[in-house]
Design a protein around this ligand. Structure first.
Ligand code: S3P
Length: 187
């Protein structure tokens, strides 16, 4: 990362199991940028897991904490960000993220998403829903418009390795004005 003129944030959005965290870490490593995951920020602020926050305080409290985390992480540039799957359903969060970053949607078919979530009990919006793949199919349908409104570009991650997805994100990023610093474009 160039210290003089850091690029804008690369912001990965999409459903649970889309690979935001795994791919985000890879991209950050390749660019030498910090990686921040809003779920981890919330958990570290609350000293509790997301499942515990949902169980003890409810989803609305979680969403307030998530918005606070989004505001904080979006204040800086030059990062790779992964935001929780529900974060961009809130317009205020999208506005914050766009002020310093460009958003890209990682998508996959529901059975692929489900296969990447070995323990649905860590994802409270899925854990009560019975069949994980069916629940993800419903969420994917319900969130499709919000996801495509928030992100200018979508990458299908089905049947692709994290490395291949990172390549696709970086190829997209090179075409986005100001997203990568001069050093990063040349690297
Ligand atoms: C959620 C996704 C989770 C986490 C929370 C709610 C959602 O994040 O924020 O369990 O509503 O889609 P990941 O997408 O990182 O799993």
């Amino acid at each position: 990362m160039s210290l003089l003129s850091p690029g804008r944030n690369i912001v990965l959005i999409g459903l649970m199991g889309a690979g935001k965290t795994t791919v985000g870490r890879l991209i950050a490593q390749r660019l030498g940028r910090p990686f921040v995951d809003t779920d981890e920020v919330v958990e570290s602020d609350a000293h509790r897991s997301i499942a515990e926050i949902f169980a003890q305080d409810g989803e609305r409290a979680f969403r307030r904490m998530e918005s606070a985390a989004v505001r904080r992480v979006a204040a800086l540039r030059g990062q790779v960000l992964a935001v929780g799957g529900g974060a961009v359903l809130d317009h205020g969060n999208v506005t914050q993220l766009r002020s310093t970053g460009d958003l890209v949607l990682l998508d996959a078919d529901p059975s692929t998403l489900a296969a990447r979530i070995p323990d649905a009990s860590t994802r409270p919006v899925l854990s009560d829903a019975g069949d994980t793949s069916a629940a993800l199919a419903r969420l994917r349908e319900a969130r499709a418009a919000a996801y495509s409104d928030a992100a200018g570009h979508a990458i299908d991650t089905t049947d692709r390795t994290p490395e291949q997805i990172a390549d696709a994100v970086l190829e997209w990023a090179r075409g986005q004005h100001g997203l990568l610093s001069r050093d990063e474009v040349d690297a």
